[in-house]
Design a protein around this ligand. Structure first.
Ligand SMILES: [Zn+2]
Length: 296
């Protein structure tokens, strides 16, 4: 937190950071689209302090916020940065309600910022690029515990069926992708796997019957016999995705009391984004998020 306060004390510091990230690494020279070469840029003092830098050769203005979620926002750049910092500074993220409190803004403002940061900056960059390699696939149900004790297997099964199903797919040593699916059975499940996992991949699943039809479509399908109580056999396991589900559930229960079905997919995307950032090197999540904003 003190690091954030030191680096981004005010709007000007945030704007300067965007300027350097997007256009001028040294703060002074940028490629001028009009001159079509690198020129010195200056920030001239005007009566109404402009949010832009000016090419000293031709007078062209560059606006560091143009095209980003911050542009023409009535919320200050400093508040946006602060929100992004808060959303990336904990492993589990924070809720819009927590943002409201921490930033001291109205709930509506917090919610709007929260959604744009999550849906636009944390969205999957290549949602159609299929997972490949060794891919663990598993499904889990999402929703509360039963209010009364369930009578027998049938009632337990009915309760489970009524809950939302989340399909998780994890490349070993790679990306994770999560999808809310309509059912844990048949086409909704196998169709989602086919859409998200490349046929050249080797699938690792448990022995749930809905995975069986996928076998002929993949380079390999290795099945761990969970129903016989076997969980690991050498490299045959689904521990990567199960571990991810475990963290996801703990984290989401801690951060959000209740997530409605309408928002579930975007919460899942936020979690996957967090996880998938670890392949982008040692930079902090906050700086990666600022980079996403600058790249818009
Ligand atoms: Zn110019």
């Amino acid at each position: 937190m003190t690091e954030f306060l030191r680096d981004f004390p005010d709007d000007a510091a945030c704007l300067e950071h965007l300027w350097r990230t997007r256009y001028a690494p040294d703060g002074e020279h940028a490629e001028c689209p009009k001159c079509q070469e690198v020129k010195p840029f200056k920030r001239y003092a005007t009566k109404q302090q402009r949010q832009s830098w000016t090419c000293t050769a031709c007078g062209h203005h560059l606006h560091p916020t143009a095209g980003t979620i911050f542009h023409r926002s009535s919320t200050s750049l400093r508040l946006w940065f602060h929100a992004m910092y808060l959303m990336t500074s904990t492993r589990c993220g924070i809720s819009a309600k927590q943002l409201e409190r921490e930033l001291g803004v109205h709930y509506k403002t917090a919610w709007r910022m929260f959604n744009r940061i999550r849906n636009e900056l944390m969205a999957e960059k290549e949602p159609t690029k299929q997972l490949n390699g060794q891919v663990e696939v598993d499904e889990t149900s999402w929703g509360g515990k039963p209010r009364k004790k369930l009578k027998g297997m049938k009632e337990a099964a009915r309760f489970r069926e009524a809950k939302t199903t989340v399909l998780g797919m994890a490349e070993r040593g790679g990306r994770v992708r999560l999808r809310v699916i309509a059912s844990r059975r048949g086409e909704p499940l196998s169709g989602a796997v086919r859409a998200n996992v490349n046929p050249e991949a080797i699938l690792f699943t448990d022995d749930w019957m809905a995975y069986k039809p996928l076998r002929p479509d993949y380079a390999g399908h290795r099945v761990i016999n969970h129903s016989l109580g076997v969980y690991v056999e050498g490299d045959l396991h689904t521990n990567t995705i199960e571990g991810f589900f475990g963290n996801l559930k703990t984290g989401m229960r801690g951060t959000y009391k209740k997530v409605s079905k309408k928002w579930l997919q975007s919460y899942l995307d936020e979690y996957a984004w967090r996880h998938n950032q670890r392949f982008r090197g040692q930079r902090s999540m906050f700086h990666l998020l600022v980079e996403e904003a600058a790249a818009q």
